[in-house]
Design a binder for this molecule. Structure first.
Ligand code: PHE
Length: 344
């Protein structure tokens, strides 16, 4: 019996030393220590031993059990450790790897121009105003000296919603709204960026929806030269200190006198090229002295105050500044186009 136990211990420890997976370890545990295991069997057989033998064998059984249990425990720990090490290795983070860059959107080129223009005019003491895109005929035309039968309304083929409501065709209605809100107080000094809508057929240079920035100054003694100086300052800040402007006489029902303003072609610097149609100049805005009727309708006395106004085409500025040849690029939202305006 003693010999069998000693042999079993040797066998068990030898087998355990060979084990290299958890399942095999479990099998050995059952084989030796389980309910039907070899040690249990020996314990059961102890009834047949003599009184002298029993404690000796009993002690030996305990020794063998302890040795086998210890060996199993050690193996178990070894496996767990190995498993943990493997897990840590597979889940380890290499902190020296460069991070994955987060893709952030870019600022739309029109928003950039608007922001730049706002900066320029805020620097000149202007405030930024807003007005609705769905506008009353009253503000879009009537209060700008374009009565219902005025032929100039044909110039602006409009999206009417009802007879009295339309999508604004320009940002000029904000002139009337701003002056009315000021209730005759001066000075008025605002710009208003915003979307405008016209029934144009879309092509490379026309769009049914585009963007304008309106400017309006009302106060005592405002003169045409103030308009000119303001626009020259704006042109130099937007296109560089060498930039020149040119004023040509024009007509708008809400300004008198009226002017169209050109900048020297920024591509050929006035020498003449395809973009400026060989003239050396490119039109960027319309403006003039606020018509006395417009001042009057908005609650100002044209004998006491005067003003100037202008309306800049934002797409036009962006096309010149960024060399964009097709206005449709601004609203078709091809990310390959938009991504070029990343600020970083
Ligand atoms: N509203 C005019 C247009 O859309 C531009 C303009 C604004 C002209 C202000 C004079 C004064 O063409």
């Amino acid at each position: 019996m003693q010999q069998r136990l000693t042999q079993m211990k040797q066998d068990a420890l030898a087998a355990l030393a060979q084990v290299n997976d958890a399942q095999a370890l479990q099998d050995l545990r059952v084989k030796y220590l389980g309910k039907k295991g070899e040690l249990t069997e020996i314990l059961r057989g102890m009834g047949g031993l003599s009184a002298e033998e029993r404690p000796v064998v009993g002690q030996l059984v305990n020794e063998v059990r302890a040795a086998v249990e210890e060996a199993i425990g050690a193996k178990q720990e070894e496996f767990e450790q190995a498993e943990l090490t493997a897990k840590l290795a597979s889940q380890s983070v290499d902190v020296t790897l460069p991070g994955r860059p987060l893709k952030s959107g870019t600022m739309h080129p029109l928003s950039r121009i608007i922001e730049e223009m706002e900066d320029i005019f805020i620097g000149l003491g202007y405030e930024v105003a807003e007005g609705p895109e769905v506008e009353l005929d009253q503000y879009n035309f009537e209060m700008l000296n374009l009565p219902k039968d005025h032929p100039a309304r044909d110039m602006q083929d409009s999206f009417y919603i009802t007879e009295e409501i339309l999508l604004r065709t320009h940002t000029s209605p904000v002139q009337a709204r701003t002056m009315l809100a000021k209730e005759g107080k001066t000075p008025v000094k605002i710009i208003c960026p915003g979307k405008v809508y016209r029934r144009d057929d879309d092509d490379a240079t026309h769009s049914h929806q585009f963007t304008q920035i309106e400017g309006l100054v009302v106060g005592k003694g405002i003169k045409m030269s103030d308009l000119k100086g303001t626009l020259l300052t704006f042109a130099k800040q937007m296109f560089g200190p060498e930039q020149q402007i040119r004023l040509r006489p024009s007509f708008f029902p809400f300004t008198e006198p009226s002017t169209e303003v050109d900048i020297q072609c920024i591509l050929c610097h006035g020498n003449g090229c395809r973009v400026c149609k060989q003239t050396g100049w490119i039109e960027i805005l319309g403006g003039g002295m606020v018509h006395p009727r417009v001042l009057e309708m908005a609650g100002y006395n044209p004998q006491e105050v005067s003003g100037f106004a202008f309306g800049v085409g934002v797409e036009r500025i962006a096309m010149l500044k960024y060399g964009v040849e097709d206005i449709r690029n601004f609203y078709t939202n091809d990310v390959r186009f938009l991504r070029q305006f990343n600020r970083t």
